[in-house]
Design a protein around this ligand. Structure first.
Ligand code: HEC
Ligand code: HEC
Length: 311
């Protein structure tokens, strides 16, 4: 009797495994539809300059899309870091490479229309219709942010750099097949957001451009927000070892910045990375202006205080 049951459960498990494997193989290249945002790159130097500030500053695209080590010293010498991609992310699901954002037509974004690039950022759908991996939560960027970013990318020097394909392991293939779906904006997208030192602009930076919430709000395994906004608590690990936990940024006595003045906050960003293996893109954020940092500080003062001392 027992033997018979074992035999049957064995067969059932075998069928399930076979079924999942076949479905995984069939679902590797699912495609999605999403609208093309009506974004047009501009040759206006003020718009390009704004895009450059976003890419090298709060938007921190340069952190992932360049392999240049010391961007600040390059900029200090009047040179631009090449945004030619290729930075590898070695994760438990495989190894993933950032793409070449220079206008090279074969290996960069030269072969993409403005609408196709904008759709990647706003709706997480690639030119070929597949979902973009959830590394870039810029879905709520405004139309004028996207216009500026794409105008800047169109203006930089093309670099030929062929990026390797992503390498998915078995777990990665299952995740890609069943869990990765494109995400779109979570609120009505604005056409224009004026940069100033208001709480509203601070919120826009924190939630849509600099994406502080990406690391300072707890998320589940597939990137959905599950924790109290900006209360920290994400545990980072490297090569399987726990390293750092993102701190609570809410205005509660248990929060990291509770006693910090606006001046302390700005000063901290000017100091750059202190903990060597911190995941926070301190270099790019350090290029934010005092005005941008003031807006962020003011916004953080208005979010719901969360007590992270009590468990
Ligand atoms: C945290 C790292 C990270 C940051 C920051 C980042 N990217 Fe990416 N980007 C990636 C990765 C990884 C891919 C590859 C995604 C994939 O193939 O699904 C990618 C792919 C892309 C693509 C190409 C998608 C395609 O069609 O293959 C574009 C365009 C892009 N990023 C633009 C940007 C811009 C613009 C910014 C800044 C506003 C930015 N990225 C910031 C990691 C990042
Ligand atoms: C990629 C993940 C990531 C992003 C994005 C991120 N942080 Fe962090 N942040 C961390 C981690 C990890 C730490 C703890 C290590 C450290 O202090 O560098 C941290 C620490 C901090 C600290 C405490 C620093 C100190 O010295 O005590 C502040 C303040 C902070 N983050 C603010 C922000 C703000 C504001 C943004 C958005 C502009 C942001 N972070 C975006 C991961 C991130």
């Amino acid at each position: 009797m027992i033997r018979k049951i074992l035999k049957w459960t064995g067969l059932v498990i075998l069928f399930i495994v076979a079924g999942v494997s076949v479905a995984t193989a069939f679902r590797q290249h699912l495609t999605y539809t999403a609208p093309y945002p009506g974004i047009k790159a501009s040759a206006d130097t003020a718009i390009i300059a704004k895009g450059r500030r976003l890419v090298l500053g709060p938007g921190h695209c340069v952190d992932c899309h360049s392999t240049v080590k010391n961007v600040d010293s390059l900029l200090g010498r009047g040179q631009e870091p090449a945004l030619s991609g290729g930075l590898p992310f070695k994760l438990p699901f495989g190894t993933f490479y950032t793409r070449n954002l220079t206008p090279d037509s074969a290996t960069g974004i030269g072969g993409m229309t403005d609408g196709e690039i904008a759709r990647v950022l706003r709706y997480s759908v690639k030119k070929n219709g597949e979902a973009v991996l959830p590394f870039m939560p810029f879905q709520n960027m405004s139309d004028d942010d996207l216009t500026a970013v794409i105008s800047y990318l169109r203006s930089i020097k093309p670099v030929k750099n062929k990026i390797p394909d992503h390498e998915y392991n078995v777990m990665g293939q299952v995740i890609k097949a069943f869990l990765i779906e494109p995400t779109g904006p979570t609120e009505p997208v604005k056409a224009v957001v004026k940069p100033d030192t208001t709480i509203a602009y601070g919120r826009h930076l924190v939630m849509a451009v600099a994406n502080c919430n990406e690391c300072h709000t707890k998320r589940n395994g597939i990137g959905q927000y599950v924790g109290e906004p900006l209360a920290g608590g994400i545990e980072f690990e490297e090569e399987g070892k726990a390293t750092l936990i993102s701190p609570n940024l809410t205005p509660h006595p248990s929060g990291r910045i509770y006693g910090w003045s606006q001046q302390d906050f700005i000063k901290r960003f000017r100091m750059g990375k202190i903990i060597k293996h911190s995941h926070m893109p301190w270099e790019s954020y350090g290029r934010m202006t005092d005005e941008e940092l003031k807006a962020i500080y003011k916004y953080l003062k208005t979010v719901k205080p969360v007590d992270t001392n009590k468990k």
